[in-house]
Design a protein around this ligand. Structure first.
Ligand code: S3P
Length: 425
């Protein structure tokens, strides 16, 4: 599908986002292994989170929708799947679910699409193997994985890379293991798994980047609400900040402190963003955001900040090009192994729009004050690249086209409808 995006002067309106992708994956998996019924409201509509539900259904969980559209899951013991599990495009599904599969009394296989098949899995295979699992992968590290479940032992593991997916994989394996599991993080990563595990009834503590999960808990189904996805909100925040005139309210957004560094970073660059009606749901913070047009100074993303903003960097690169001083990103080699090599796909689409960018193996530098030219955008099947450049297109000097724009549906199928709703010429 090809989308055409016309330039917009004004961003205005009130929008509500589908549920957070990271939290939806975790609730879907935990509800399927918990005893009894869970009801999950505002579950992500993205294809990635549907892949998680598809896998859990293939593993025996009973999954339905109620009249209000909530996902209803009857969980319990999993059973051997009849065929290879399909994680689609979703790194979170394959990496986190591997932790659960490694502890089951059966063998399973899990794979995904072409992009997923190029993403490294050694980072989860190593700790799971140390816990006692036996896992085979294509060329030693790539999907599909064949996972021979075993009785696992708890582990004390220091993560070599800052990755919430790897941390979560180990903790999910730890739920079924004998003995406590400890994960030590080099840098703080999103803590939705820790929060969700506590909500489902495990004994888990976290202090100074050391997470300790006590063995032997029985997970119990429960009612949950998924806050809106801040990483999806980021595209609209950037659109509003770049517009000549903007007054946008984004309702019910997840504001977990391990994710909301985005807002601090934007505000530090001069963004006018206000958080309204902050409250909690199942241990997760949620609130409304009001954003208005702002003069953005530009800035540097490096170190722990890079980890905290990793999914938002494509949108921030676009904002950087329209900022006063530009944007520098360092310590971001992980970007090269996302759904695409995002340093390369940001660079190629910058060039298409006539924008300057200088890349490095682990980051890039974008000068500020640039003019965006109309172009044909090629997101290479990467949802966040498609959405970031749709926002760039609003600031272009003519209509832009986005080839294969349907890839936005991996995390945010409603994206282009909302964009049209809030953007005025
Ligand atoms: C995620 C963790 C991050 C992030 C991904 C979602 C999660 O990946 O980029 O989109 O839900 O835990 P890494 O764990 O590879 O850093």
């Amino acid at each position: 599908m090809r989308e055409t995006i016309s330039p917009a002067r004004k961003i205005d309106g009130v929008i509500t986002l589908p549920g957070d992708k990271s939290i939806s994956h975790r609730y879907g998996m935990l509800a399927a292994v918990a005893e009894g019924r869970s009801t999950i409201a505002n579950y992500s509509t993205g294809a990635d989170c549907q892949s998680t539900l598809g896998c859990m259904a293939a593993l025996g969980a009973k999954i339905d929708r109620d009249e209000e559209g909530r996902v209803v899951i009857e969980g319990g013991a999993l059973r051997e799947p009849a065929a290879q599990l399909d994680a689609g495009n979703s790194g979170s599904t394959i990496r986190m679910l591997s932790g659960i599969l490694a502890a089951q009394p059966f063998t399973s296989q899990i794979g995904g699409d072409e992009s997923l098949s190029r993403r490294p899995m050694a980072r989860v295979m190593k700790p799971l193997t140390e816990m006692g699992a036996c896992i085979e992968a294509r060329d030693g590290s790539y999907p599909p994985l064949t996972i021979h479940g075993r009785t696992l032992q708890g582990i004390d593991y220091t993560l070599p890379v800052a990755s919430a997916q790897v941390k979560s994989c180990i903790l999910l394996a730890g739920v079924f293991a004998q003995g406590d599991t400890i994960v030590r993080e080099p840098v703080r990563t999103r803590d939705h798994t820790e929060i969700a595990l506590r909500e489902f009834g495990t004994d888990i503590e976290s202090e100074k980047r050391v997470i300790r999960l006590r063995a032997g808990a029985r997970l119990k189904g429960r009612e949950l609400y998924v806050p809106g996805d801040l990483s999806s909100a980021c595209f609209f925040l950037v659109a509003a900040l770049m517009a000549k005139e903007a007054n946008l309210i984004i309702q019910g957004v997840g504001l977990n402190p391990t994710r909301s560094a985005l807002l601090d970073f934007l505000v530090s660059m001069g963004a006018s963003i206000k958080v309204l009606d902050l409250h909690q749901t199942a241990g997760e913070l949620i609130g409304n955001l009001r954003v208005r047009t702002s003069q953005i100074a530009g800035g540097v993303i490096e170190g722990a900040m890079t980890t905290a903003l990793i999914d938002e960097i494509p949108a921030l690169a676009v904002l950087g090009a329209s900022s006063r001083d530009g944007l520098t990103v360092r310590d971001a080699s992980e970007l090269r192994i996302k759904e695409t090599d995002r340093i390369a796909t940001i660079e190629s689409n910058f060039r298409r729009m006539g924008l300057e960018i200088e890349t490095a193996p682990d980051g890039f530098r974008v000068p500020g004050g640039q003019l965006f030219h109309a172009a044909e955008i090629d997101p290479a099947g990467d949802h966040r690249i498609a959405m970031a450049f749709a926002v760039a297109a609003l600031a272009a000097d003519g209509p832009c086209t986005i080839e294969g724009a349907e890839c936005a549906g991996v995390s945010f199928p409603e994206f282009f409808d909302w964009l049209r709703e809030i953007a005025e010429a």
